[in-house]
Design a protein around this ligand. Structure first.
Ligand SMILES: Cc1cc2nc3c(=O)[nH]c(=O)nc-3n(C[C@H](O)[C@H](O)[C@H](O)COP(=O)(O)OP(=O)(O)OC[C@H]3O[C@@H](n4cnc5c(N)ncnc54)[C@H](O)[C@@H]3O)c2cc1C
Length: 464
């Protein structure tokens, strides 16, 4: 597996829980070196106005993350607070699928928050925030309670030759799980950037910038903002075509602040920033276009959102960076004032953090076996001509090559569910009892929503 953010760590955790051994290669000095290093990640469902299937996906994703965090919290350092999130509504009218949240009036939302908020809200009592680096570290350190695996014990290893890659179908498999007794684990290698990827028929080989070679039956690409660059190594012509995977890098900043009422009296400067009242810190996370998270040490506000052409190296919480991110700070403070009018003027910025997200047009992750895009386009070209009932060929995939990426602005929410679905797909096993028919249908529906070839298929249909 290449890349140890939420995508890589959650996938590693899911595979280890199914009895697999995982080698996780990370370019940075530690897990969560990229966008997942955000120390205050909001974890809440995402709801749209209509009752779209996406509401169910985001509710399930949220619940899967909460369950994972609850399991990890018992035995790992996991800075987090799940005292509830208020999401301010940007439109009037009913909101669908309120099973994880309830609509509240502006007055009640203000009472819950302990500060005045700008409008009605959906209140998610089970939602909150988690420290991204802690979450990544806990995922790869956790010892699974039970291991379930398929017939063969498959290893990623640093030697010659892959063992059982031929068994690894790229198509979804939902086979029976067998209990195993071996102790599966994640072997995480940091400071190790993957520089080349080669198919070995069967299996995959990756070379690192330090001159090492790793081989494995299956390779999962989870390199966040660098995803397209990494995938280009396997399919350069297809990746050069922007319609195949129309992913965009969006740079973002969060700001750590002290609120004036938290500062000792002598540090407050009434000349430059007059204090008219000593408003409390919000008791709930408040979100809308931006977010405001308070904790005993201060608060974190976010996030800016701007397209970039090349990933900007994540930067960490340094006061000096405030100057470099002045535009982002202004953008964020304007967002905070739209959540709670006047609140931004009570904040003193102390440091910033920045990272790059990889977004998709439909805001859903890209999860599954990596298609052989050129073959795929040729096989499904007839879609342009509209024969709806044609018998289509079996889709072509790069055998044993998988991707989990495009997590956009909600990676802390979607990674756990996406990783579970991917691990089921790869191993043909689950960590639970065999799935019911209804669960299998839902699983296949979610995998279809996140399928890596969906943009290519949509493009072919559009050209009809
Ligand atoms: C400012 C900001 C605020 C955000 N706030 C939230 C929030 O509140 N809630 C939320 O859910 N989400 C939030 N997100 C989004 C979330 O952070 C991302 O969706 C998530 O971190 C993406 O995870 P990832 O694993 O795909 O990528 P990353 O975390 O970037 O991980 C990719 C990893 O791959 C490594 N890598 C890259 N290339 C190589 C290579 N060649 N070899 C080896 N390793 C490599 C990188 O070093 C990196 O560690 C925010 C993002 C930003 C930028």
């Amino acid at each position: 597996m290449v890349g140890a953010g939420f995508a890589g760590c959650a996938s590693a955790h899911a595979l280890v829980s199914r009895g697999w051994h995982v080698t996780l290669l990370e370019a940075g000095q530690h897990v969560g070196s990229g966008a997942s290093g955000n120390r205050r990640c909001v974890v809440k469902p995402h709801q749209t106005r209509d009752d779209s299937p996406l509401n169910h996906f985001w509710s399930d994703a949220f619940l899967a993350t909460r369950a994972t965090l609850a399991r990890l919290a018992g035995s790992h350092r996991l800075e987090s607070d799940f005292s509830g999130v208020l999401q301010l509504l940007e439109h009037d009218g009913p909101w669908a699928n309120e099973n994880t949240g309830a609509r509240v009036t502006r007055a009640y939302a203000s009472q819950l928050a302990g500060i005045p908020v700008a409008g009605d809200a959906i209140y998610y009592p089970l939602a909150g925030w988690v420290n991204g680096k802690d979450y990544c570290q806990a995922l790869i350190s956790a010892t699974p309670d039970s291991h379930l695996a398929t017939q063969s014990d498959r290893h990623a290893r640093t030697d010659s030759g892959a063992k059982s890659g031929a068994e690894l179908g790229a198509e979804p498999v939902f086979g029976q799980a067998l209990a195993t007794t071996h102790s599966a684990k994640v072997h995480c290698v940091t400071n190790t950037a993957v520089s080349a990827i080669r198919a070995r028929h069967p299996g995959w080989q990756v070379d690192t910038h330090t001159g090492q070679t790793y081989t494995a039956d299956a390779l999962i690409i989870t390199t966040g903002a660098a995803l397209l660059e990494t995938l280009s190594a396997t399919s350069p012509e297809a990746m050069a075509n922007a319609t195949v995977l129309p992913l965009k890098q969006m740079h973002g900043t969060t700001v750590t602040c002290q609120s004036l009422h938290q500062l000792p009296q002598r540090q407050q400067n009434p000349t430059t920033c007059p204090i008219t009242d000593t408003q409390a810190s919000p008791a709930k996370v408040i979100t809308g276009k931006g977010y405001l998270i308070s904790d005993p040490t201060g608060c974190t506000v976010g996030a800016s959102y701007a397209a970039v052409n090349t990933p900007i190296a994540p930067s960490g919480n340094s006061p000096a960076e405030l100057i470099g991110h002045a535009d982002a700070v202004v953008e964020i403070m304007a967002k905070i004032d739209r959540l709670s009018p006047g609140y931004a003027s009570k904040l003193v910025s102390t440091s910033t953090w920045a990272g790059t997200r990889l977004t998709t047009p439909d805001r859903l992750p890209v999860v599954g076996a990596v298609p052989d895009f050129s073959q795929y386009a040729a096989d499904f070209d007839a879609l342009r001509h509209g024969p709806l009932h044609q018998v289509w060929p079996e889709p072509s995939y790069h055998r044993g090559l998988y991707v989990l990426g495009g997590l956009g602005s909600r990676g802390a929410v979607s990674a756990a569910l996406a990783a579970d679905l991917l691990a089921d797909l790869i191993t043909g096993s689950t960590t639970t009892e065999p799935l019911s028919e209804k669960q299998q249908q839902k699983q296949q529906h979610y995998l279809a929503l996140m399928h890596p070839a969906r943009f290519l298929i949509r493009q072919l249909r559009k050209q009809r």
